[in-house]
Design a protein around this ligand. Structure first.
Ligand code: 5GP
Ligand code: ZN
Length: 117
């Protein structure tokens, strides 16, 4: 655990979160500032700065995160209409929390994949 990491502190129960799914290696909870009717963050319980670090250090845990994201999509009723799974990595992607996490987004049409600039 990284004591300075927000998501490690959520895993440790030091900061509350609306948990929707949990396994031995993963935790999924609702984003505090949802960008869609369903916006759930899926994280490995172990601290890795981003999904590349996660997959390099522990490929099985990365697979667990994908499995958890699929379970969340199913449980939230997103599979029929579709949903988006996003991993922001580093500065250009606007990553704000440096503990690997996938965003499960759905519940309405999500528009183009990226805003054009
Ligand atoms: P990133 O930009 O790093 O991919 O996404 C970080 C996400 O974490 C953002 O969508 C933000 O709303 C969410 N977030 C930041 N602080 C908290 C918090 O304390 N609790 C929860 N549940 N989500 C948070
Ligand atoms: Zn962490």
């Amino acid at each position: 655990m990284d004591n300075d990491c927000l998501f490690c502190r959520i895993v440790a129960g030091e900061i509350p979160a609306a948990v929707v799914h949990e396994t031995e290696t993963t935790l999924a909870f609702r984003d505090i500032d949802p960008k869609a009717p369903v916006h759930v963050l899926v994280i490995p319980k172990a601290h890795h700065t981003d999904v590349v670090a996660l997959v390099l250090a522990d490929p099985a845990a990365a697979a667990d995160v994908l499995g958890a994201a699929a379970a969340v999509a199913e449980a939230e009723g997103l599979r029929g209409d579709g949903f988006r799974l996003i991993f922001n990595n580093g500065g250009y992607a606007g990553q704000e929390v440096f503990h690997a996490h996938g965003h499960v987004l759905g519940g309405r049409p999500l528009g183009p994949m990226l805003a054009r600039s």
